[in-house]
Design a binder for this molecule. Structure first.
Ligand code: PHE
Length: 456
């Protein structure tokens, strides 16, 4: 559906901060360090950077041009650019992925609020490593407490979404993103000044190529898609609010640069701190919720105030990063309901929030009282994570590349990338080549590997 007075982001910096807000999230601060830790450090990072540059940026440009050209939500976008074709299912799958990701992502996002309170009330002080594990398990399996935080987190997301694109999404990104950068820098400085921090830095900078195998390469590509919010129409929806003079290629470069910068800064916080107290950095979800409180207490044991401030700041940082991502996930579904079913924006947002609270409650309970109810051997929480991140995103990315590379009229692609001929396009041929061949083949490989068809 076209809408002549469609909402717009008001400024260029707003465009970049909102898109970067979507990209920067739990994926950067939790998943990136964990994957790096598991895959041999610096070599993984170099391959990851190559993936962002070669695959991430072209697919992001592709999502941007689909969104801005169509001026519609992600499902409507394909209907407009490819009427009466099956391409509409790519958009619909994106909306569904957004809804499901928001369901379980909000559970973890809610945990960050609990940890802000725990850090602020000083309850990390004087605990042993075993205490951190048991208090995290007691909390995350408690039937009530995580639900309260989940609902609170979704209501905060709802409140911002209901205020609209410019006053809600853009304004909140303009406040939260600079705050996030400042928090990251403070924490990185603290972490780097710890005794023994050098080992952590070395781990990030000195590639151990002998650890690299095909699975490291594919893992880095998967991380790039998740972290850049690609494959489900998030950035496509945001691009529908871009103005005609937004430079799509430049924006894609900026967003990717910011996302990568944050991931590396997160690495510079977590690795030096972890190595400094002799903790291995490959503990997965527990790295942030079990290991890190311990790291802060031990690392700054001589300066209790620093231990207190750094742990509070860290969880505030995580919550802020997660919030700018949940906003973007919520917007994908809200814009879809608002435009395709002619619901008011507020009503659409309420339906999404209500639905996600329901999904989130189920996901949260599936970690505790509902642990026995599994499907394919996975709890609901793990199932949502698996189906979205490992199936829907790679599949979406694959189709987006094919759509722009093969289906879409190149006149449209050129017009959007060059802003109707007003911008030079030094990378145009390369962009099309990647979208046609390299990206589909590479994503197909990740997809096959993640589903375990291929033992590499
Ligand atoms: N990119 C977000 C993160 O790093 C997660 C996300 C994925 C958000 C897909 C939107 C869409 O946490």
């Amino acid at each position: 559906m076209t809408n002549n007075n469609r909402a717009n982001f008001g400024s260029k910096i707003g465009v970049i901060l909102a898109s970067a807000g979507s990209a920067v999230g739990l994926g950067n601060i939790w998943r990136f360090p964990y994957e790096t830790g598991n895959h041999g450090g610096a070599a993984f990072i170099l391959i990851y950077l190559a993936c962002v540059l070669v695959l991430g940026i072209p697919i992001m440009v592709s999502e941007f041009l689909i969104g801005r050209r169509s001026q519609a939500n992600t499902a409507g976008a394909y209907q407009k650019l490819a009427p009466r074709t099956h391409w509409r299912w790519v958009g619909r799958m994106g909306v569904l992925a957004g809804f499901l990701i928001l369901g379980y992502y909000s559970v973890v996002a809610g945990w960050t609020l609990e940890f802000i309170i725990e850090a602020a009330s000083g309850s990390f002080v004087g605990k042993t490593a075993a205490d951190y594990i048991s208090s995290f398990t007691t909390f995350s399996t408690n039937p009530w407490r995580p639900l309260v935080w989940l609902v609170l987190f979704l209501l905060s997301t709802h409140f911002i979404i209901a205020r609209g694109v410019e006053k809600g999404i853009e304004k909140s990104a303009k406040i939260m993103m600079p705050m996030l950068f400042i928090l990251l820098l403070i924490l990185a400085v603290c972490s780097l000044s710890l005794p023994g921090a050098g080992t952590g830095v070395e781990f990030l900078l000195k590639p151990e190529w002998e650890k690299v195998n095909a699975s490291v390469f594919l893992g880095a590509m998967g991380q790039a898609f998740f972290s850049l919010s690609l494959g489900m129409g998030c950035l496509c929806t945001y691009a529908s609010y871009f103005k005609p003079d937004t430079n799509l290629t430049k924006t894609a470069f900026s967003v990717s640069l910011i996302d990568t910068f944050v991931a590396i800064l997160a690495g510079l916080i977590i690795f030096p701190a972890a190595f400094s107290v002799g903790i291995q950095p490959d503990a997965g979800p527990s790295l942030i919720f079990i290991t890190l409180p311990n790291v802060f207490q031990q690392a700054f044991s001589g300066v209790p105030l620093l231990a207190y401030v750094s742990s509070v700041l860290f969880y505030v940082l995580l919550a802020v990063a997660a919030l700018t991502s949940t906003i973007s996930l919520h917007e994908v579904v809200t814009a879809y309901l608002h435009e395709e079913f002619q619901l008011s924006r507020k009503r659409a947002a309420s339906l999404v929030t209500g639905g996600c609270i329901f999904l989130g409650i189920l996901c949260s309970l599936s970690l505790g009282v509902g642990k026995e109810y599994t499907l394919f051997g996975l709890t609901l929480f793990d199932l949502f994570d698996f189906v979205t991140a490992k199936i829907m995103l790679p599949l979406g990315g694959l189709f987006i590349a094919l759509f722009t590379g093969w289906y879409l009229d190149k006149k449209i692609v050129r017009e959007e990338v060059s802003n109707k001929g007003t911008l030079k396009m030094p990378f145009y041929k390369l962009l099309i080549f990647i979208l046609k061949f390299i990206a589909p083949i590479a994503i197909a490989l990740i997809f096959i590997k993640e589903l375990g068809f291929l033992k590499l």
